[in-house]
Design a protein around this ligand. Structure first.
Ligand code: HEM
Length: 137
């Protein structure tokens, strides 16, 4: 049986060299879906796009043991609360990431990839939310 971690890793590996195109397209979709968040972002997105792509790579590589990254993602959640990111933005962010993976994966994509990435990003969100809770406490 193919696990979520295997689906996630293979779909990331297939497009690993297309990080610039992926993140450009992702933010284009994200700002269309949630225009109200645009003002939270810096005008030069180069560093953020690189950092987002390497984080997604890290998630893909560790998808079978995400809890190893829980401290790192909790800290990232705390930082995000500081940027003014509201919890309700996470669902559209993750849905847009999955939709962009579908777009870049082409005919390889199916419901199993969709389900695997959705569950993995959901776990990442839960880990980030623990950092938000810590900040609010
Ligand atoms: C799975 C969820 C998410 C992941 C993995 C993620 C990843 C990242 C990474 C790696 C960075 C750069 C490093 C850092 O500052 O921590 C970053 C920055 C940022 N993210 Fe996220 N993010 C997520 C959700 C969101 C959401 C929902 C928003 C909503 C608007 C958002 C907005 C931002 C902003 C505004 C920055 C800072 C830009 C700057 O001032 O440099 N992120 N994110």
């Amino acid at each position: 049986m193919t696990t979520d971690a295997q689906f996630v890793r293979s779909s990331f590996d297939a497009i690993a060299s297309q990080g610039d195109q992926f993140t450009d397209r992702f933010f284009q979709h994200f700002f269309e879906a949630a225009p109200q968040v645009h003002s939270l972002f810096p005008s030069d997105m180069t560093q953020l796009k690189n950092s987002l792509w390497s984080t997604i790579g890290l998630v893909a590589k560790n998808a079978d043991n995400l809890s190893a990254l829980s401290g790192q993602f909790a800290d990232m959640g705390t930082n995000h609360a500081g940027y003014g990111v509201k919890p309700e933005y996470y669902a559209v962010f993750c849905e847009t990431l999955v939709a962009t993976f579908a777009e870049f994966s082409g005919t390889e994509w199916n419901n199993e990839f969709e389900g695997a990435w959705t569950r993995v990003f959901d776990s990442v969100t839960q880990m980030m939310f623990r950092g938000i809770a810590k900040k609010a406490a």
